[in-house]
Design a protein around this ligand. Structure first.
Ligand code: RB5
Length: 150
């Protein structure tokens, strides 16, 4: 499994923690920055990560800012991206099983290291359940296709 990860300054510390956690779990991680706690703009990291995931260069993306909101708003502008803001385990579960999320967003000012690792582990383990959920995800894809052909 190959994961693209990115953060702004507010998510930097948690990104480093998550990156190490993924590496020790044997997962390949490519870090799209930022590389310090110096102020940085979340779209500068969300767009490259989301585009790389949309192009299928990675299996999944993980984006961390202060709340996870800016990252999720930005990533969801990229066609094919289903970015889910999950600062708890229940939404981490549902975002995979129901929404087939391909980008996980978290808030570095919201979740601690232990919870973040549990969210990431759960999110990576869960599988899309298909069925009625597939019909709903397809409607999003159909909208994207129509919107982009206009
Ligand atoms: C940065 O201060 C903060 O606004 C950003 O990390 C994020 O939380 C935005 O959604």
């Amino acid at each position: 499994m190959k994961i693209a990860i990115g953060s702004d300054h507010a998510g930097f510390k948690l990104k480093e923690t998550v990156k190490e956690f993924l590496k020790t779990s044997g997962i390949e991680v490519i870090d799209f920055g930022t590389h310090s706690e110096e102020s940085a703009d979340y779209p500068d990291f969300a767009f490259p990560v989301a585009e790389a995931v949309a192009k299928k260069e990675f299996d999944f993306g993980i984006l961390i800012c202060g709340t996870g909101i800016g990252m999720s708003i930005t990533a969801n502008k990229v066609a094919g991206i289903r970015a889910a803001l999950c600062n708890d385990l229940f939404t981490a579960n549902c975002s995979k099983e129901h929404n087939d999320a391909n980008v996980l967003c978290m808030g570095g000012r919201i979740v601690g290291e232990g919870l973040a690792k549990a969210i990431v582990q759960t999110w990576l383990e869960r599988k899309f359940q298909g069925g009625r959920h597939e019909r709903r995800v397809k409607k999003i894809e159909e909208y994207e296709t129509k919107a982009h052909s206009n």
